[in-house]
Design a binder for this molecule. Structure first.
Ligand code: KG4
Ligand code: ZN
Length: 322
């Protein structure tokens, strides 16, 4: 048996735990989503989310330990997300991990949420750096050059909304509910992506801007009379977002001569983004399994193995990227 990590993830609205061996092999993984709780508010309410995590986390931990068939004596470390994320929800996972580390006399490893998204690509693969990563989540949009397991150099990022945030806002505008990414992804399959010409957002280098695109969709909707051609609007919006993400990622890969491209974060679940990148990339493209794209704890346990930080019990959570 290799090194076994219990990972916990509570950075937003999923309470998740997993047991992973050597950062690659998932022995067990469980997630309790709070989506139905937050849907009525049209987004995540931090205080409600934190309370839900408190109610759920022990049960989820018990379950993954049982599913993996391991006792705490067989674990090598307890790991959790320390940030970035919602501070109140992060503290629930961090407190649980500290308590277990103390009670079970195991090292505590804290993990960065964005690094964990990238590490989701190590699960069930033999992927190794160097690579160019397109990291697209609800809170971040970045192109990062990884030459080692432990960190990368940010080549560019969004100047305003994150890609996932743009999906969520446009979905709300089109009456598709929360979370918007999966809804736009599925309804776009029935729409015509050429129906509306939305701007990509012109920003130099590897940076992005999605606020102009969001406003363009809003203006377009305001001019149309009902019923709205929702599928065509969604497909045209999705086309504009994925076009610019793919174009800049390919340009970065080419400039650096990177031998592979890695897709990470919740928006990596987008079927059109995965398909376009795979179609046009001259090098292999990696993306996580669908359920490891959005927040989960298997990626946290993987990150603990490859790039986690050994922490004392005094370690704090952080809400913004460091
Ligand atoms: O990584 P993640 O689970 O949480 C953050 O760290 O932010 O990403 C959530 C984001 C949401 O904005 C959601 O709408 C988006 O990922 N998302 C998608 C898809 N699935 C989730 N966006 C586009 N297409 C999808 N299939
Ligand atoms: Zn995330």
């Amino acid at each position: 048996m290799g090194r076994l990590y219990l990972g916990l993830e509570t950075s937003c609205d999923e309470t998740a735990a997993a047991v992973v061996e050597d950062g690659r092999r998932v022995l067990s993984s469980k997630l309790v989503s709070q989506i139905n709780v937050h849907q009525q508010f049209g987004g995540v309410v931090p205080e409600v989310a934190a309370r839900r995590h408190v109610e759920t986390i022990n049960e989820v931990i018990d379950q993954v330990m049982a599913d993996a068939g391991v006792g705490y004596r067989e674990l090598d470390a307890v790991a959790c997300t320390a940030g970035p994320g919602l501070i109140g929800t992060l503290l629930v996972g961090l407190s649980a991990a500290k308590a277990l580390s103390w009670a079970w006399d195991l090292p505590l490893i804290t993990v960065d949420h964005l690094m964990a998204h990238v590490c989701a690509n190590y699960l069930d693969t033999d992927l190794e750096p160097p690579f160019v990563a397109l990291l697209v989540s609800g809170g971040h949009t970045q192109i990062v050059h990884f030459q080692t397991f432990t960190g990368g150099r940010i080549l560019g990022q969004t100047l305003d909304d994150a890609a996932g945030e743009a999906f969520d806002k446009v979905a709300r505008l089109l009456g598709l509910g929360y979370p918007g990414g999966p809804a736009i992804d599925s309804i776009s399959a029935e729409g015509n992506a050429q129906a509306f010409a939305f701007p990509e957002g012109v920003v130099a280098g590897y940076n992005f801007s999605f606020s102009g695109l969001k406003t363009a969709v809003l203006r377009c909707v305001q001019k149309l009379s009902p019923p709205l051609p929702v599928a065509d609007l969604a497909a045209s919006f999705q086309d504009a977002v994925t076009r610019v993400l793919v174009r800049k990622t390919l340009a970065a890969q080419k400039e650096l001569g990177a031998p592979r491209i890695v897709l990470a974060g919740g928006v990596a679940a987008n079927r059109q983004l995965r398909a376009k990148l795979t179609k046009f990339a001259p090098v292999p493209v990696y993306f996580p399994r669908m359920d490891y794209c959005t927040d989960n704890a298997a990626m946290v346990a993987a990150a603990a193995h490859f790039c986690g930080e050994s922490s004392g019990l005094g370690v704090s959570a952080y809400s913004r990227q460091r």
